[in-house]
Ligand binder design. Structure first.
Ligand code: SF4
Ligand code: SF4
Length: 194
């Protein structure tokens, strides 16, 4: 298989994984009655970092499919985001800045948004490689919808993390690479991963 075909296959596998994440998320969200529609606490202003090159590359695939003026607009907003967020971080704060891809309250690269954008919100857990189970209560809006996490439907992220790690391994060809710890805005400003 040529390099281009391999990449397309990887991107298709990632899109399939994203679809499964979304279905699992919706199941838990629907069970709790959680909806993001009209949410006063839009989490696209939250400070998230992302960790995989394969998602970074797929994000760029989505960006490149946009009209040129939109691409330029997103990249300009991303540069502003990076500048402002670095200033806030240097002052010891946590940035709360709207994601450069969100316009009028909506994600404008919805099909290519990253894993954390798909999984944030509902109560979740995952099992670390050392066997320790990590639990998270979900967003503040969601936490108002239940009283006891033990009695509440929870999204288990473990299998999703493992599959994403496999896709990342395939993307890098198994070569050891420095870890990724970038905001989405930085992923845009730096250009696609090498
Ligand atoms: S990529 Fe989309 S869903 Fe994710 S933070 Fe940005 S606007 Fe929100
Ligand atoms: S995940 Fe929670 S905080 Fe984020 S938009 Fe949805 S309801 Fe609001």
């Amino acid at each position: 298989m040529g390099e281009r075909q391999e990449k397309s296959k990887l991107f298709q596998d990632l899109a399939d994984l994203y679809a499964e994440m979304e279905a699992a998320y919706n199941l838990v969200a629907d069970g709790l009655g959680l909806s993001c529609d009209g949410c006063p606490d839009n989490c696209c202003t939250s400070f998230f970092q992302h960790h995989t090159r394969v998602e970074w590359a797929y994000l760029w695939e989505g960006l490149r499919a946009c009209a040129e003026d939109r691409q330029k607009r997103f990249l300009k907003k991303a540069a502003d985001y990076v500048e402002k967020s670095r200033l806030t971080l240097s002052q010891g704060g946590t940035p709360k800045i709207m994601c450069p891809l969100n316009e009028d309250g909506r994600c404008r690269l919805y099909t290519h948004r990253l894993m954390i954008c798909r999984l944030h919100g509902v109560p979740n857990r995952f099992t670390r490689p050392d066997g320790k189970i990590m639990r998270f209560p979900g967003c503040t809006i969601c936490q108002r919808l239940y009283t006891d996490m033990e009695q509440t439907p929870v999204l288990d992220r473990t299998a999703f993390y493992k599959r994403l790690a496999s896709l990342e391994m395939a993307y890098t060809g198994g070569r050891p690479r420095p870890g990724v710890r970038l905001t989405l805005a930085e992923m845009l400003v730096y250009g696609p991963p090498e």
